[in-house]
Design a protein around this ligand. Sequence first.
Ligand code: GTR
Length: 403
Amino acid sequence: MTHKSLLYFFLLSILPCLVFGQKDANKDESKVPEYSIPDIFVNLKGQEINSIQDWVHKRRPEIVNLFEDNVYGNMPKAIDAINFTTVNEDKMAMNGMATLKEVDIEVTNRSKKITIRLILFIPNRKNQPAPVFLLINHRDPENIDPTRKTKMGFWPAEEIIQRGYAAATFHVKDVSDDDKVTFTEDILNTLYPEELEKENGMRGLGAWAWGAMRAMDYFETAPEIDSKKAAVIGHSRGGKASLWTGASDPRWAITISNESGCGGAALSRRKFGETVKVINTVFPYWFTDNFNKYNDNEALLPIDQHMLIASIAPRAVYVASASEDLWADPKGEYTSLQLGTRVHREIYNMEGNFPKVINAPGNPVHLPYAGHHIREGKHNLTPYDWNLFMDFADKHYGYKSGQ
Ligand code: GTR
């Protein structure tokens, strides 16, 4: 790591402690309050949901709307034009292993434009369209260096290519800066300014998910990519956005959340580690304004995060945690995965179940429709995590590495 990225990393990790005191957060299981969570299988009209029909037409759209109104904000659909321009191509990238494409995704709405730079490595060995992993990158751009002079474990693009997958990523700054003040730049001020006026309007995390969807728009046009085998992945705040992407856009075959915690995979009602109030106070620009109503009032939420996972069904979902990352509540993430994937099992009759109690580190659980692992160590996205995500994708796609 360079000095700059070390400093960035350091500031990112201590900022919440300075502002809100991670030390004061509840990290004691015995202090988790009694809570009861909303039932996935009963809709707002009180009807029982027990068929695929009802899930697809009644309950899933209702849940996605509840998340829009109360958590992540409206997801604008209006786009007047979208254009893709390859601005750089290197057919001999990574010592000939891959083709690098840097693609400008230009989106126009009401004559205003924004551009997202997609970085994409495609394996050269393949003679069929490659399945792809898209990383929503919120960390320093050197983590996704297209020149590969800097290589970071956060995005081990060489390993992804070696395993036969295309490696794609974009920086969230292209859609909405990860900053209290400047988050409105790019899509919010330019394409959808009306969102900023609404109490349920799009904010930062929603904008990042919107950006991931535009990458999918590109994959659908790219002959080298198998867009039906696309995984969206994010770490931490990026993992909150990746879950929201997979929940609201059914084009993703696999949705992966790495240590996404509060507002991501973890159940809000457990109040373990980061809470709704803390996250809304420290990051007021991530969630829609309505989410503030639930500060210290989680019981009032018409949803909890297990329903975000449920909204991904029947498509695959993977939740990963780290043993020392109590701020993100590994148990809350796991419980939410167990509960949310009831839709896979009970509506879609998919095989396999998660163990009752979270497995120890080193024992990933890879079911046909969902995966989980807990890594020994601290909050981070590492090659260890990536390799497990690829193991899961191999199995899920029935796809052999390096094929
Ligand atoms: C923390 C924040 C978490 C998580 C994390 C990250 O400061 O409290 O919700 O998103 O940042 O993105 O690494």
